[in-house]
Design a protein around this ligand. Structure first.
Ligand code: SAH
Length: 251
């Protein structure tokens, strides 16, 4: 059996209980070494076979998963954050399906949630934005034309930009096509790691802030009014508002 497991944003205690248990039971762990904190491997059982997928191809990863599974072993394929976000798991799952190998997925805390926690922010503020756009700039992996940062920025929604901390100059230019230069922004480097940095800035000072703090990888760029001061109170906890669980003061 193969278990795809989300490791969470970094801190070893931000993995799920299920994920931690699977790691302790694993006969083999294949982890995404460029982003997964190696402290996650400390609880592995004696004799557990460990591979860092950062130096492997898809074929090599699948060969390990298949070999250990065929010999009756339990394999954890450990991805950073939640595996469904830029995890490249679909291609692995399809190969396993083709080979008739059973697998499941254990979700994790994505770094975009870890970054909001570091900022003590709420993405979905009433009266500000009720949508979160998760995206990236095109790098060596292309992004469909219709998802250009500039056109997404036109929504003015909360935006989280992955995989783009090394391109903040171009990113800033594109964001400025939708957000005002004084719109609040933030850079969160290694959320939940001991080296975490939380840098608040504006869209207009994004590139300068990244450069000043020497952040060029392993960081998220967050943009939108949710990082500002103004918002409306929720209906949910409004004393006047009636819900299925509470009678409000309003008729
Ligand atoms: N599946 C992961 C994302 C993998 S893509 C998740 O759900 O978080 C890798 C990118 O995620 C990095 O380039 C960076 O932009 C972001 N990232 C991952 N962990 C992070 C962390 N702890 N702090 C800030 N950004 C992080």
């Amino acid at each position: 059996m193969i278990h795809f497991v989300g490791a969470g944003p970094g801190a070893p205690d931000l993995i799920t209980l299920r994920g931690a248990q699977l790691l302790r039971q694993a006969d083999c762990i294949v982890y995404a070494g460029s982003l997964v904190d190696p402290r996650h491997l400390e609880g592995a059982k004696a004799g557990c076979e460990i591979h860092n997928s950062a130096a492997m191809t898809l074929d090599e990863v699948i060969a390990v998963l298949e070999r250990v599974h065929r010999s009756g072993g339990l394999v954890v394929r450990l991805h950073t954050g939640d595996p469904s976000i830029y995890g490249a798991i679909r291609e692995q799952m399809d190969r396993l399906s083709q080979a008739g190998i059973p697998f499941d997925v254990c979700p994790g805390v994505s770094s975009f949630c870890g970054a909001a926690a570091a900022l003590k922010a709420e993405y979905t503020l009433p009266g500000v934005s009720q949508s979160v756009i998760i995206t990236r700039r095109a790098g060596r992996t292309p992004v469909p034309e219709r998802e250009r940062i500039a056109s997404l920025a036109a929504h003015g929604a909360a935006m989280v930009v992955f995989l783009s901390a090394g391109m903040t100059k171009a990113l800033q230019q594109e964001l400025l096509e939708g957000y005002a230069a004084d719109s609040p922004a933030a850079i969160v480097y290694k959320a939940s790691w001991p080296q975490e940095k939380v840098l608040r800035c504006t869209v207009g000072t994004l590139a300068q802030t990244a450069a000043a703090h020497e952040v060029s990888n392993h960081a998220l760029i967050l943009v939108g009014g949710f990082l500002g001061e103004d918002y409306e109170l929720s209906r949910l906890y409004d004393p006047a508002f009636t819900t299925a669980f509470r009678q409000g003061t309003e008729a």
